[in-house]
Design a protein around this ligand. Structure first.
Ligand code: CU
Length: 186
């Protein structure tokens, strides 16, 4: 019964430390997620980061092109890219290139799964966003346009796409996508 004062002091110190930390926890972490201000080449939302977005220029009246980028997600999180759209074209579809013997073919895919162990690189010869029905062709080299990627959990992420013949020097030439299995488990 003689140590009440000490105990009470100790308790008060702990309480002060806990309540002192609380305002930091309450601060919104992503107040600056707005798109379209500085036209970033990298965009992120929640655990997802999209970077290095580029698309091939079109020539003359060509109304079709493809966009590429890297999609990464934080450790422990998973999501699925399920759709794409852009105001510069009527349609944007998720596509995958596959080799059948010596013939490169492409086909639409419903969804592209994303996890920290399995970041996805959209690149020539693999996954790409097929952009169809370009409204004001040509899409000239050196210009940019917005591309909105829709994720199952994170929702829409809009990234600025650089129109470029080379993708700004990114070199993923040695990566193979030959036999990836993307079976869906809904
Ligand atoms: Cu395609």
């Amino acid at each position: 019964m003689t140590c009440n004062l000490k105990t009470a002091l100790c308790g008060a110190v702990v309480l002060a430390a806990v309540s002192g930390a609380a305002p930091f926890v309450a601060t919104p972490a992503h107040a600056g997620d707005k798109q379209g201000m500085a036209m970033p080449a990298t965009a992120s939302k929640g655990p997802i980061t999209i970077s290095g977005a580029w698309a091939r220029p079109t020539i003359a009246k060509m109304k079709i092109t493809a966009a590429y980028f890297s999609a990464a997600i934080a450790d422990g999180a998973t999501d699925k890219l399920i759709a794409a759209k852009t105001p510069v074209a009527e349609k944007a579809e998720l596509h995958q290139h596959i080799m059948q013997g010596d013939v490169a073919k492409m086909r639409p895919v419903d969804a592209v799964p994303l996890s920290a162990d399995h970041p996805v690189v959209f690149q020539p010869g693999g996954y790409h966003i097929m952009i169809m029905g370009v409204k004001n062709p040509p899409l000239k080299e050196g210009t940019t346009f917005p591309l909105t990627l829709t994720f199952e959990k994170a929702g829409d992420v809009t990234v600025t796409v650089n129109v470029s013949k080379t993708g700004g020097g990114m070199n993923h030439g040695t990566m193979g996508h030959g036999n990836m299995d993307h079976g869906q488990h809904k």
